[in-house]
Each structure stands twice: as structure tokens, then as C-alpha cells.
Design a protein around this ligand. Structure first.
Ligand SMILES: C[S@@+](CC[C@H](N)C(=O)[O-])C[C@H]1O[C@@H](n2cnc3c(N)ncnc32)[C@H](O)[C@@H]1O
Length: 213
């Protein structure tokens, strides 16, 4: 479910690391401080970790370097191939945010960077429901992703992208399922999480949601 963007990621896989390192002017602001953000997320994650939308394993690599046990889930075959080369220590399985192998692992953190927006609202709700059951008591969902404070914020980011001639970005902001902060907060709370949000750059937010003890 929620895998309608996988063809795009198969095509993007070989140049993805150039994009996140700022070489594509359209996406420079989206990925500003990418490494710093991923390091913050890695530092917060407690092993064993379940990671969704691994991509080219940049976050995975950081967690494995801290001797954390990481099981990764990634729907794009091209991304999985790169992840396996860059981070052979982690097991990366075919799957998505909702359909993934049932791993025999006591999961203490569920993490993801720049990927949860690929799910529609109902899919997000379903995924969070599954994660609440999957996490150990006191475990956390920790995501970094683009979101909008509200509709006015969304429209201002789209207008700004259009004025800069960043038409692919403007289209992404309209067509992908980036949530409003309040709606996402509500989804987490509905599933029993205590959630907090911290803005990290113009687009990306750190989302930390704890399962009650
Ligand atoms: C923008 S990349 C982020 C990759 C990596 N996490 C990072 O921070 O660089 C989004 C990733 O999410 C994956 N993806 C797309 N739809 C997904 C889904 N429904 N479930 C899990 N992953 C998905 C893509 O294949 C891609 O690898």
C-alpha cells in the first residue's frame, strides 16, 4: 500500500545521493542540513530499530555505525541494491510502511526519513496503528519529513517554489501527501502516542512519538 511512487524512486536511485547533498538546486532547501538531521534521528533511535523507506541507507549507515541493530524495509528494488552495497550490516527487506515481513525482533524504535508522506491519510492511520502494537512499551516512532503548519503555509511554500522556477518541487508539494501538522498530531494521539514536533529546516520536521509505558 502507498507504493505508487516506487517507479519514480527506481529511476531516482542512482542520482539520489547527489540530490540530498545539495547538487540539485530545486531540492537544496528541502535537504538543507540533511546529514545533521539524519544524525540527530540516529542518535535518538534505540536498538533494535525498524526503519521504513531506507532509500540509499544514509540513515541506516549512521545507526549501524553506532552498533545498533537495524532491520530496514524498502519497496524500490534499485534503492535496495544501493542500500545493500552501502550498508551490508543491515538487513533490508522488500516491503512498505504497511506490508512488511513480520520480523522476530523486540522493536524499540521505528524510524523513517523523508518517506512517510508517501502514504495517504487513511494509510498513515493504519501504519501508526500497526506500529503501536509492534513497539515495545516506552518505544518511539521517530520520523523526519516535510509537513505543512497549515494550508496558508502550504500555499506559501508552493508559491515560493513557483516563483523560483522550481516547478518539480511545486508539483511534488501539491501531489504528494504531505500532512498538516495538526492532522498528523491527531493521527498519532488517536493511536495512543504522545507526540512532539520540531522544525529542522524550511520543509523538514522531526516528529517524535512515544508509546505510553
Ligand atoms: C525521499 S526517499 C528517502 C530515503 C531515505 N530515507 C533518506 O532519508 O534519504 C523516500 C524513500 O521512501 C521509499 N518509499 C516510497 N513509498 C514507500 C512506501 N509506501 N513504504 C515505504 N517506503 C516507501 C522510496 O522508495 C524511497 O526509498
Amino acid at each position: 500500500m502507498g507504493v505508487e511512487f516506487v517507479d519514480l524512486f527506481n529511476q531516482w536511485a542512482s542520482s539520489y545521493d547527489d540530490t540530498v547533498s545539495g547538487k540539485d538546486p530545486e531540492y537544496k532547501e528541502v535537504f538543507e542540513d540533511y546529514d545533521v538531521m539524519l544524525q540527530e534521528l540516529a542518535d535518538l533511535a534505540i536498538s533494535p530499530v525498524l526503519e521504513f523507506g531506507v532509500g540509499t541507507a544514509n540513515l541506516t549507515r549512521k545507526m549501524v555505525s553506532q552498533n545498533k541493530v537495524v532491520a530496514g524495509i524498502e519497496p524500490s528494488e534499485e534503492m535496495r541494491q544501493i542500500a545493500n552495497v552501502k550498508c551490508p550490516e543491515a538487513a533490508v527487506y522488500k516491503g512498505d510502511f504497511i506490508n512488511f515481513p513480520s520480523l522476530q525482533l523486540p522493536v524499540r524504535s521505528i524510524v523513517s526519513s523523508f518517506a512517510f508522506h508517501h502514504l495517504k491519510e487513511e494509510e498513515k492511520r493504519l501504519a501508526l496503528n500497526v506500529y503501536y502494537d509492534k513497539l515495545e512499551e516506552g518505544g518511539e516512532v521517530i520520523f523526519i519529513d516535510t509537513l505543512f503548519k497549515d494550508e496558508a503555509h502550504k500555499l506559501s511554500l508552493i508559491k515560493d517554489a513557483e516563483e523560483k522556477g522550481h516547478l518539480n518541487l511545486a508539483q511534488d508539494l501539491q501531489e504528494e501527501y504531505y500532512p498538516y501538522l495538526g492532522d498528523l498530531e491527531h493521527l498519532f494521539v488517536q493511536q495512543g502516542f504522545e507526540v512532539s514536533f520540531k522544525q529542522k529546516n524550511k520543509f523538514a520536521w522531526l516528529i517524535q512519538a512515544k508509546k505510553g509505558d
